[in-house]
Design a protein. Sequence first.
Length: 119
Amino acid sequence: MSSDPANAPGPVVRPYAMTGGRTRSRYELAIEALVVTTSLGEERAIQLALEQQTIAAMCRQVRSIAEIAAGLRVPLGVARVLVGDMADEGYVRVHQQPDRDEAPDLALLERVLSGLRKL
C-alpha cells in the first residue's frame, strides 16, 4: 500500500454535503487568513462533526484557510464555510488583514507558502 498523499482516498462525503450545500461563509475569509483553535474548541472537539474535529486538531498550530482546505482535501469554499461556522461557535479564532484593499503582508504570504509546501 502506498503512503503517497496524492494517492490517499478523498473525503467519503461529497464536499458540499459537509456544509449543507452552502458555498459561502458569513465571513469574507481570505485564503491567507490564519486560524487557531480556542480553548472552547479544544474542550468540545469530541462533540464536533468529523471535519470540524480535524480542523480543531490541525489548528492547534496556526494554519491558513488554504492549508486547512488542502489538509481536508476540500475546495476553498467548503473550508471557508466550515471555519466560519466554527468561528461563530467560538471553536476557532480567525486572524486576517482588516483592510482587504491593501497589499497582503509579504512575511505572512511566505509563511503560508512554506506551510503549503510542507503538505
